[in-house]
Design a protein around this ligand. Sequence first.
Ligand SMILES: *[C@@H]1O[C@H](CO)[C@@H](O)[C@H](O)[C@H]1NC(C)=O
Ligand SMILES: *[C@@H]1O[C@H](CO)[C@@H](O)[C@H](O)[C@H]1NC(C)=O
Ligand SMILES: *[C@@H]1O[C@H](CO)[C@@H](O)[C@H](O)[C@H]1NC(C)=O
Ligand SMILES: *[C@@H]1O[C@H](CO)[C@@H](O)[C@H](O)[C@H]1NC(C)=O
Ligand SMILES: *[C@@H]1O[C@H](CO)[C@@H](O)[C@H](O)[C@H]1NC(C)=O
Length: 380
Amino acid sequence: MARLSLTLLAVSLLILSTAMDSDGQGGAVQAQIVPAVVSFGDSTIDVGNNNYLPGAVFKADYVPYGVNFGKHHKPTGRFSDGKIVTDITAETLGFESYAPPYLSPEATGENLLIGANFASAASSYYDDTAAMYDAITLTQQLKYYKEYQSKLAALVGRKNASAILSDALYIISTGTGDFLQNYYHNASLSRRYDVDSYCNLLVGIFSGFANVSTYATIPSTKIDICSATPALYRLGARRIGVTSMPPLGCLPASIRLYGKGHNGCVARLNGDAETFNKKLNVTVEALAKKHSDLKIAIFDIYTPLRDLSESPASGGFTEARKTCCKTGTRKTRVYLCNPAMAGLCRNASEFVYFDGVHPSEAANLVIAESTLSAGISLVT
Ligand SMILES: *[C@@H]1O[C@H](CO)[C@@H](O)[C@H](O)[C@H]1NC(C)=O
Ligand SMILES: *[C@@H]1O[C@H](CO)[C@@H](O)[C@H](O)[C@H]1NC(C)=O
Ligand SMILES: *[C@@H]1O[C@H](CO)[C@@H](O)[C@H](O)[C@H]1NC(C)=O
Ligand SMILES: *[C@@H]1O[C@H](CO)[C@@H](O)[C@H](O)[C@H]1NC(C)=O
Ligand SMILES: *[C@@H]1O[C@H](CO)[C@@H](O)[C@H](O)[C@H]1NC(C)=O
């Protein structure tokens, strides 16, 4: 069902893009509906940057990650057995290959024409969270993006580059780590901010990242450097999609750590995600109002993932509590697959979660389908 309608949409988008090509521009027929996809964020969207960071705590460069990925069934750095949501989105938009992780040797020459991926597992809105795990901070991701702009200009000229960059789809997917890897076990942070003001802080960072820098208003000494960072809109982005906070309380790792022995989703944590999501909604609406030439939308991953977690059978899954791989390493605890422990589940498509925090490819397909209409609003 999910697969079928995604295919139908891909076909109709392709027809649309072919029609657009033939009325005017001429030249080579471009199969994609947007020229490029540019991604920022955390492990939900990292396609391998952390492989190139010697100190990074969170990596997915080992089996069983990638066991169902592409033709080669090899780990790439994606945190799933197969495709992540943005892979599916890119395919739906007509791309035949994926934008490379910016730190990889493939991020060069013509490969950069279809975009770049700057995401880094364990990164988050709050730069402090990323720094604790030696991940690439959001501030640094934006600096890499500026560097990418220059590389693109060197490749195809300034004018062509800016056409690509303003038509490109920008996806931001991050924030989980600010709670799971920081706030929930950081007494100094939770003393300083209640959940509501912590969410204000995070959404403020998003707003500054997408709009113009409002970082200076954030009460943290470390964040001041960000006020010098020109933000996405000012850098030319005109189609921005941001994911909502996932159902934090339904992630298997959260249930293990905060479920007090119960097996249901942790209501308090889902409430925190909802608090964040409401504020994100207000901010995105404000940004859309402020900039008439900006298309901006929220990819709501909260609702489909909560629904699958609460009633897996509704999406054709059998398991939403156990993880497909065995978790529990010393450094990444219940979050990631343990490479030393054999016993991968027989069929990852029956599991909503591949590891303690990341959905399986099959669940990613359901999520991608559910975020399609938001995606369409950005590319049409
Ligand atoms: C608590 O959070 C602050 C701010 O994010 C960070 O600088 C500090 O390292 C964290 N402490 C611990 C113990 O995680
Ligand atoms: C810019 O794009 C046009 C049209 O596709 C192309 O003819 C031209 O060679 C490009 N410029 C550079 C510097 O690549
Ligand atoms: C975007 O930036 C402008 C300043 O240029 C500011 O007035 C506005 O409040 C910001 N919008 C949001 C939603 O942060
Ligand atoms: C914000 O929430 C309202 C009410 O649920 C919804 O109609 C609207 O589409 C949301 N806005 C965005 C940008 O997602
Ligand atoms: C794996 O599970 C999915 C979903 O239940 C099912 O459609 C598929 O046939 C299964 N594959 C195998 C090899 O059992």
